[in-house]
Write a protein that binds this ligand. Structure first.
Ligand SMILES: [Zn+2]
Length: 257
């Protein structure tokens, strides 16, 4: 009997919870610009460097991402989309960059959201899909909970032909990703070494200059503030690395769809 070498990412992952084999195609799905960079920017940059095609889907318009009461929402949407293009470039993401029109802060795990996710999974055929862990305790932002559920349900739909069958008469075929990686997980069981890509993660995060006040501790105000921000992310990455014996890591819950 001959045994063929396995190309299944999940069977590799079961032998070793650190570092998946480099996927060919990956799709990150966030509620807002910057979600994927915070949760998995180091992993994405590392994979891009190794030749992986990374596509990014941002489902809301990002229109509530400010504490500035004079900020025009339309201008904020445009600014955040431009920032996301720069961040994708910084990460080395060469696949599709897709912006949805769901209203920021009002996302629900609806049929409409699941349909959109199913369509892009069937279209792009990623090996790995990344998003928030909806089981994470005390996750405050409503969109981060909703996108986690929406992606899991949308990936299940993309896999099975009886979900959104109209998509399958439209030239698309069903698709089953080999893994879903949930970032900011309640129970981490997979770790990616980001020691070589940590600085690229910071560069990509810094592209989101409109978010300096809300989520980045005024990181754009001075060189010193940027260093403090980078140190905070480094400390977080070190803590995740400790779980896996790595210097710097991003940790995930790995699901097999
Ligand atoms: Zn977010």
């Amino acid at each position: 009997m001959t045994t063929k070498p396995s190309t299944n990412l999940f069977s590799e992952a079961r032998r070793d919870p650190i570092d998946l084999p480099i996927p060919e195609r990956v799709l990150t799905i966030g509620a807002h610009p910057d979600d994927a960079e915070f949760g998995a920017g180091g992993t994405l940059a590392k994979w891009a460097e190794a030749g992986c095609e990374i596509s990014m889907l941002i489902v809301t318009d990002g229109s509530k991402g400010t504490w500035d009461e004079d900020q025009d929402p339309g201008e904020l949407i445009a600014a955040r989309r431009a920032e996301q293009r720069n961040a994708a470039e910084a990460l080395g993401a060469t696949g599709e960059l897709v912006f949805g029109d769901f209203v920021d802060g009002e996302l629900e795990n609806s049929q409409e959201l699941q349909r959109m996710i199913s369509e892009w999974v069937r279209r792009l055929k990623p090996d790995v899909v990344l998003t928030f862990d909806p089981w994470k305790k005390y996750m405050m932002h409503p969109d981060h909970r909703a996108i986690g559920w929406g992606v899991i349900d949308g990936v299940v739909a993309a896999r099975d032909h009886l979900f959104f069958p109209d998509q399958l008469t439209d030239g698309l075929t069903k698709h089953r990703p080999q893994a879903i990686l949930l970032f900011a997980p309640e129970e981490a069981d997979h770790h990616e070494d980001i020691s070589s890509s940590f600085e690229t993660k910071i560069d990509a995060l810094m592209c989101h200059s409109s978010q300096g006040k809300t989520t980045m501790g005024d990181a754009h105000d001075s060189g010193e503030a940027r260093e403090l921000f980078a140190a905070r992310i480094r400390e977080w990455s070190e803590r995740m690395g400790e779980l896996a014996g790595l210097e710097l890591a991003e940790s995930f819950k790995l699901l097999r769809p």
